[in-house]
Each structure stands twice: as C-alpha cells, then as structure tokens.
Design a protein around this ligand. Structure first.
Ligand SMILES: [Zn+2]
Length: 650
C-alpha cells in the first residue's frame, strides 16, 4: 500500500495562472499588459495582508517571464522552466525569505550573484518575501543593486508592511496593492475547490467560512482543511461550530432581532443557550461586531453587498429588520457594541459582562425616546428665548408629535404628486416620502429612538393631527439679520410651486414645510445626511466636516461651510454633486434646495457674522448656544445642560 502525503488545500490549489488569481483581476491585467508591451519593470513591490496571493502572483509573473514559450501573458505551466518554478527548484528564480535572511551578509551575497547571467532562462528573478524584515544595512546593500540593475535581473518583493520599507526602495519599485479579498470572492473560490475535491457543503457553510477568513484566501483554505479533518467530505454548519468555534448566522440574527425589538429577556436566554452549546462568548461578541458592520453596510447601500460576509439568505432575512430603523440607529448600535466588545473581551467572566451589556443596551432603548427629549430641549429653548410660552403645559407636551405628523402629511401629499425620483439605491426606497399607497400600510408609530428620523414619521396616517396651518410658529427660525455675505451660492432643483422659497432669502417664507419642522428633527436629518454623504462621496463628506446647518426647512439645506471647504463655494461641480446627493437623500428631486454660505474663520461658535463686524464679535445668545449641533449632541447623549457661558479671551 502506498501512502500519499496529504497536501494542504492552500498549496494544492495555489493559483498557477494570472486568470486564477481570484479577486486580483486588476493586478493580473496590469502585469499582463506590461508583458505584452514588453515594458516590464525591473523591480516590483507586492503589498497586502497575508494570504491574499502576493507570493502566488510573484511566482506566476516569474513563470510568465521565464517560460520557454514566453515571455507570455500566461505561463504555459508545462515547459521545464515553468515546472521548476512550480516545484520551487528553478535555478534562475531565487526565493528569499526576508524574515530569516535579513542581514547585510545575505544581501551582499545576492549583490555579488546578480552579476552572473541566468542559466536556462531569459531572466534571473529574485522573489524576496517579507522584505520589510531586512535590516537597514541590508536595505542599503539592496539599494545599490536596485539603482543600476543588470538587464537580466528582476526583483519581486512582497510585504505585509509596506510602510516599513524605506522610501528609497519604494521609489524604485512598481507597487501593487493587494487588498483584502471580498467575502463573495472567497466563497466562490471555496465552492469551486469544494467541487474539485468532491466536498458537499451544507447551505451557509461557505459564507460562514468566507466571513471567518476576513479577506485571506489562505486562512479560508486552512479553515476548510481543519473542518474537513473533523467532518469528512460532508460539511454542515454544526461542524463549523464544533471544529472551529464559528457562530452560525442565525444566532447573530437572533440577537439582532431581539435587540431591535427590545426583547431583553429573549436576548439573555439566547446567551444562555449559546453557552450551553459550548460557544465561546468572547468569540460570539466579536463575531456579532462584524455582523453589525455587515448590517450597517447593507443599510448604507445595496451595492455594498459584494463586500459582506453574509449569504443571500441572510440578507433576505435581514432586509425587513433593516427597514425598521434609520441609518443613524444602526450606526449607533454598531458603535455601542464596539464599546461593549472591548469590555467583554477584557473581562474575566465574559458571560456576566455580556449580560450586563445587554441589559444596558436594552435600557438605552427605553431611556432615549424622542418625545420627552424634544420636550426637554423645548424647555431649554423656551427658557432661553424671548418667545412666549403657552400657559397650558399639556399643549406643549403634545406638540412634538403633532409637528411630526404635520410634516409627514405634507410629505406624503407631496410624494403623491411627485412623478420622478433621483437615485435607485436603497435610500430612495425608505427616505423621505413614500408612495402614498405604501404609507398607510406601515405599522403605527412605535416608541422612537432619539436618533429616529423624519422618514419614520411618514407612517402617520393622513387623517390624524391638526392641519399644517395650525402648527406652532415657535419653530420658525428667526430671520437672519445678516446682509448676504460675500460668498454665497444657492441652487435649486425641481419645479412646480417652489417659487416661494427660491432665491434663498426668504427664510421664514409662508411655505408649509418651512414652518413645521422642529429644529431637533432637522439636526437629526443633518446628521443622517452627513453619514450618507460620507458613505457615498468620501471627499464631499470630508468637506462637510465642521460645516453647520442653519435652521430652515426640511427640503432646504442651508449650510455654512468651514474655511477648509471653500471648494464647495467655488466649484460648481462639487455643488451640483452635493445637491444631487441631497435630492437622493430626500428621495425626491422636487423643491430641493441647497444654499452655501461661508463660515468665517473662528465663526463656528460665534453668532451670525454681522456686517462690518471687524475686530469685536458679540457674544452668542443663549439660544444660539443651545442650537449649536455639538452642544445639542452632548445634551442629547448625556442629558447635560448649559450652566454658564463664558467668552474666551483671545
Ligand atoms: Zn512555460
């Protein structure tokens, strides 16, 4: 009986051609084009996380260059030169492990050897793995060779830490960044290898392995090796849990659902169930964090599905739950879980810490309903402002709800008459007004979170609440006493009867929407919008940092942009991009307005910039301070209040 040596999957199925480099098509194409055009550089740097295919790509490139039928865009993998590289014993392809040959001696030896011509191939190719491990002296010695390489020499260096490679080396290399592979790419490769190896995967196993591999193909195949030696050729989700300690997607979903629905008891039961089943709770908490990240991505855009580690079935199961909450909610949940994750990870008794975290999260849900918070805010505002306060407190407490209803009614009505919409992403389906046929089918309004947004209130049916005309006038922003500043841009899209608000100078115009949006909702909408922009157009998102939204109407974005974002004022392209995003965010393009003003340097905490203000700025009023987004955020989050206002000496 002959015994065959088991070869691990990662080696057995190592890519041997450019076409087999899954998820690295852009790199393969660039290298192949260089070979076709006979413009192959003499030094390459392949950088990226472990197990994504850097060494495989280096060997394929070496074979393509030294193939007896080449240099060719693909190696033949049949000639002596190709086979020798695959077997790792090619005379002219020298692989050096930078981690164990890091001294100047080794590199000097290399330097002496480069002068000899290759034996059987066109090129002598050095593949230096983990090149960042070389000592500074070794880098210096290498640099000499890189500066004046003989024509028959090629260097391919690979590293996980490009930032540790000296600039002098980097600048002499063609650099290729190997990003992490997506879950979908890894899952597809696992499926293909499973097919060739006659493995049977139960539903969900491939996705679970792909997620656990976190972007590394080698890790994915090692995990598959491991589970295969436990389970054989039929692999079930249960095997992954037992052999690798992986957590099934249904447990993650179960916990998420319980958190969203506020089922604290159910969540605690689930933890008990997991622990009985032998799940490592620290691992579970970490896994859930990655799950929440996927959920967040899914909420941001359906197009991000490709980046997720969860399968199509899970996505379908998640979607109704996702629609129940705003992006800000998911962001907040992710953020909170991250904080708890750190605590639980460090805990001696993870179960206790996890349980207390769940209780905290469950209570946070009850602590921050929007209504009372708005009332508190209103309390602050009315104490500070000169506006009259109604005598009857019950009128006051019912107002925020009425205001939202009024807005919702106006929006639903507008939507019914709006024929076209901008944007086909997941946003347009849930933001702003819904088609009137869908609106009444929404469930009645549950207790909202503090970060709930306007879209939520569109669930209110059309026959409730007062008419918009009866909405309180206290929410009208005081007319800005400023004369139009020097830098001022205003743009509008949509048509119809928006004329009342065109031109950007009618802050308190008699338009329904202008009157009925409470400032707190606008602030929430603004924060959601910032997250939205950052996710879509990182550059615009960065420009909007430290910008401020002026209180106005829900449809109108009146922003004071910080000095670093003057580009927005000067560049019509950037402005129209922003306007398009704003329309997409609202879910319609009607009566959508964008108006940009320049925030004077240092004016962020001051009141409106007055004409001829010059050297002395007046102290901001209490109301302006309460309205400042950062102050409001802090008081929302921690229930703080402004005690004293002091001017900072210049
Ligand atoms: Zn060949």
């Amino acid at each position: 009986m002959t015994e065959t040596v088991y070869q691990v999957l990662a080696r057995k199925w190592r890519p041997q051609r450019f076409a087999e480099l899954a998820g690295l098509e852009h790199i393969a194409r660039t290298l192949q084009n260089a070979i076709r055009a006979n413009r192959v550089g003499h030094a390459f740097l392949f950088t990226g996380t472990r197990g994504v295919g850097k060494t495989s790509a280096a060997r394929i490139l070496a074979k393509a260059l030294n193939c007896r039928r080449g240099p060719a865009p693909e190696p033949c993998n049949q000639c002596g030169n190709c086979l020798a590289v695959t077997a790792g014993n090619a005379a002219d392809v020298i692989e050096i492990d930078g981690a164990s040959n890091r001294g100047v001696g080794e590199i000097r030896l290399l330097r002496d050897n480069v002068t000899y011509l290759p034996q059987t191939s066109p090129y002598k190719i050095y593949i230096i793995d983990e090149v960042h491990m070389l000592t500074p002296e070794a880098f210096n010695a290498l640099l000499k060779t890189l500066e004046e390489p003989p024509a028959h020499i090629k260097f391919i260096m690979a590293t996980t830490d490009a930032h540790k490679v000296p600039m002098t080396i980097l600048s002499r290399c063609q650099r290729f960044d190997f990003g992490r592979l997506t879950g979908a790419t890894i899952a597809a490769t696992l499926t293909e290898i499973g097919r060739r190896e006659d493995l049977t995967f139960a539903a969900g196993t491939v996705e679970l392995l792909a997620r656990e591999a976190r972007g590394s193909m080698r890790d994915a195949l090692s995990l598959l090796d491991q589970v295969r030696s436990y389970a054989g050729d039929m692999i079930a989700v249960e095997d992954l849990r037992i052999a690798l300690g992986l957590i099934e997607a249904r447990h993650n979903f179960g916990l998420l659902e319980k958190l969203v629905k506020g089922d604290l008891g159910g969540a605690i039961f689930l933890v008990d169930e997991l622990e009985r089943a032998g799940v490592d709770l620290k691992k579970f908490v970490e896994d859930f964090l990655f799950y929440l990240r996927d959920v967040l991505f899914l909420k941001i855009s359906g197009e991000l599905k490709k980046l997720l580690g969860i399968g199509a079935d899970d996505i379908a199961r998640l979607e109704p739950l996702l629609a129940e909450r705003s992006l800000a909610y998911w962001q907040q949940l992710f953020d909170l879980w991250q904080t708890h994750y750190i605590k639980i990870k460090a805990s001696q008794s993870p179960r206790l810490t996890l349980e207390s975290s769940l209780v905290e999260l469950g209570m946070a849900r009850d602590l921050q309903p929007l209504g009372p918070l708005l009332e508190r805010l209103e309390g602050h505002l009315s104490q500070a402002s000169a506006f009259a306060r109604p005598a009857n407190p019950s009128v006051l407490s019912s107002e925020p709800r009425r205001v939202r209803e009024a807005v919702a009614k106006a929006e639903v009505r507008k939507a019914a008459s709006a024929p076209g919409r901008l944007g086909a992403g997941s946003w347009s389906g849930e933001r702003g007004p819904r088609p009137s046929s869908a609106a009444p089918e929404m469930p009645p309004e549950p207790p909202p979170f503090v970060y709930d947004d306007l879209s939520r209130s569109s669930s209110v049916s059309d026959d409730a609440g007062p008419t918009p005309a009866a909405a309180p006038s206290r929410f009208i922003a005081a007319p800005d006493p400023v004369a139009p500043p020097a830098s001022f841009r205003s743009e509008t899209v949509g048509g119809g009867d928006c004329s009342g608000s065109a031109g950007g100078k009618d802050f308190g115009s008699p338009q329904v929407l202008n009157q009925t949006v409470p400032p707190a909702n606008l602030e929430l909408q603004w924060r959601d919008f910032l997250v939205f922009v950052a996710a879509r157009e990182a550059r615009l998102g960065a420009l909007l940092q430290r910008s401020r939204r002026e209180v106005g109407a829900a449809e109108r974005l009146r922003i004071k942009v910080a000095p670093h974002a003057r580009l927005l004022l000067d560049n019509p392209g950037a402005r129209s991009d922003l306007l398009a995003l704003w329309a997409e965010f609202l879910g319609h393009a009607e009566c959508v307005e964008l108006e940009l003003l320049e925030l004077k340097p240092g004016g962020e905490t001051s009141g409106p910039v007055r004409n001829g203000g010059g050297s002395r700025r007046p102290l901001p009023s209490k109301e302006e301070i309460f309205n400042d987004p950062s102050i409001r955020f802090i008081s929302d989050r921690f229930g703080g209040r402004v005690v004293e206002i002091k001017a900072r000496r210049p």
